[in-house]
Write a protein that binds this ligand. Sequence first.
Ligand code: ADP
Ligand code: MG
Length: 211
Amino acid sequence: MDIPIRELIDAISVQLQQHAEELTDLDRAIGDGDHGINMARGWNAVVAARAEIASLPPGAALEKIGMTLVMNVGGASGPLFGSLFMGLGKHLGDNPGFAEFRNALRAGIELVQQRGRSTAGEKTMLDVFVPLVEMLETFDPGGGTKTVEEIITTARCGMESTQAMLATKGRAAFLGERSLGHVDPGAMSSYLIIETVCNVIIRNLARQESS
Ligand code: ADP
Ligand code: MG
């Protein structure tokens, strides 16, 4: 599987900049109102290191993205998204197929759980990633565009599910019951990243089919 790393970095960065205000508003409701800025800052730094990242093998490229996020994002989300990408990269290998990618994603998520001492159901980014990796267990990678859209739907459901959850981790946990009724900002940015990656995959599938 060829990973279009430059295209992915640019697309994720644009998507997060476009939603920075919305992410910040969500974080203003249940946190400290910096999540949009944190994500934009982190991915700006990834864009700045893009040439170097794209010259690396896939695993090392993802690890470098993770390190760049850790180094450039002050909030909790920097080390957590950083762990996700570093874990993913470390376990990806140099010639990954779908199964390698799924297993590496699971490893990345486990690293987030260790670092955050958190699990699904606590109103965090994990409520997007944990259901996603579970659905990938039975996913048919040969199914084309339609099945990639199922990934987007799973991620969206995960993000939306945080609205009815009580936060027990991160800043939102200080709000107790008042965290109910709001989507978690980190779950929203996780959804935006997954949606963007899927749309890049769909575009590449379409290009392959037309060539
Ligand atoms: P901060 O909370 O330091 O201001 P951000 O606002 O950038 O950092 O990120 C907040 C997001 O980080 C939350 O919406 C949540 O999804 C995620 N998060 C916070 N703590 C944890 C944790 N312990 N485990 C998993 N995700 C977490
Ligand atoms: Mg915040």
